[in-house]
Ligand binder design. Structure first.
Ligand code: SAM
Length: 278
């Protein structure tokens, strides 16, 4: 039987595949599969994928979004940790010859090398991460200078909010600043639990991070900046002076910190969470 492509993305087809392979969901891998074609189309559209693009998909599951990516992109590499999904993927993706499935933990894959091999080091696009590794993956991609134009990812609603907000809100923190140093965040869709199988307990959102060509602030020492950011939010209730003084990663005297604040025209009682990246 020939089916319209892509054919996955609704509850009926997903259940068919899961039953055929007697698939058992693994909680530790954060497995919630998308079963909503509108959300899938929205992700593909907001990631602006074209036939020129090489896309890295992290965690393809049963290949639902992979089918959409394979239609839209030139080439897709999908890295899936769960080996029981590999025979399923071989079947659900057999109609597409531009997809490579790699059975590995994404945290062990050299993504820079992959970009070099598959895309001559040109920018790649990345879609859809399992929630529990969102932060290390995103920060790793940015900090290690992997060539990336934009990342479009599904994250917990709360994490999406944290990436997007500015000072003066409870969600503002080290993640907001780290993301905003590298990229312009934009929430492109809110995705309720009933768009997934099984239903997660929390709401989700699709966020697009468009990498800046130049960071919005110029710094001499990025590593120091990230240490300062972490120290500013480690003890949220303390003043910035105390936060920086107590950080195990920084070795400034109280006098040096106070002088720096004075030089910036800031109050000595200011808290880290009140400040912008600048
Ligand atoms: N993209 C699919 C979808 O939208 O239906 C599945 C998304 S599901 C939230 C996350 C997927 O990532 C699962 O298939 C899971 O097995 C896989 N995964 C979890 N941890 C991983 C890791 N460290 N490396 C690669 N894949 C991983």
């Amino acid at each position: 039987m020939s089916m319209a492509r892509p054919y996955l993305g609704d509850p009926k087809r997903t259940i068919e595949v899961l039953q055929k392979y007697n698939f058992a969901f693994q909680k530790r891998f954060g497995q919630n599969f998308l079963i909503d074609t509108h959300v899938l189309e929205k992700i593909i559209a907001s990631a602006e994928i074209t036939k020129d693009d090489f896309v890295l998909e992290i965690g393809p599951g049963i290949g639902t979004m992979t089918q959409y990516l394979a239609e839209a992109a030139r080439e897709v590499a999908a890295v899936e940790i769960d080996k029981t999904l590999i025979p399923i993927l071989q079947n659900t993706l057999k109609e597409w010859n531009n997809v490579t499935v790699i059975n590995n933990d994404i945290l062990k894959v050299d993504i820079r090398q992959l970009a070099l091999e598959k895309n001559q080091g040109r920018p790649i696009k990345v879609a859809n991460l399992p929630y529990y590794i969102t932060t290390p993956i995103i920060m790793g991609l940015f900090e290690n200078q992997v060539p990336i134009e934009s990342i479009t990812i599904m994250v917990q609603k709360e994490v999406a909010d944290r990436m997007q907000v500015g000072p003066g809100t409870k969600d503002y923190g080290a993640l907001s600043l780290a993301v905003q140093y590298y990229a312009r965040p934009e929430i492109v869709a809110n995705v309720p639990p009933n768009c997934f199988m099984p239903r997660p307990k929390v709401g989700s959102a699709v966020i697009r991070l468009e990498r800046y060509e130049q960071p919005p602030v110029q710094v001499k020492d990025e590593k120091l900046m990230f240490r300062l950011i972490r120290a500013s939010f480690n003890q949220r209730r303390k003043t910035l002076v105390n936060g920086l003084k107590n950080s195990p990663e920084l070795h400034f005297s109280k006098e040096e910190i106070e002088q720096a604040l004075v030089n910036c025209g800031l109050s000595l009682t200011v808290r880290g969470e009140a400040l912008t990246l600048e």
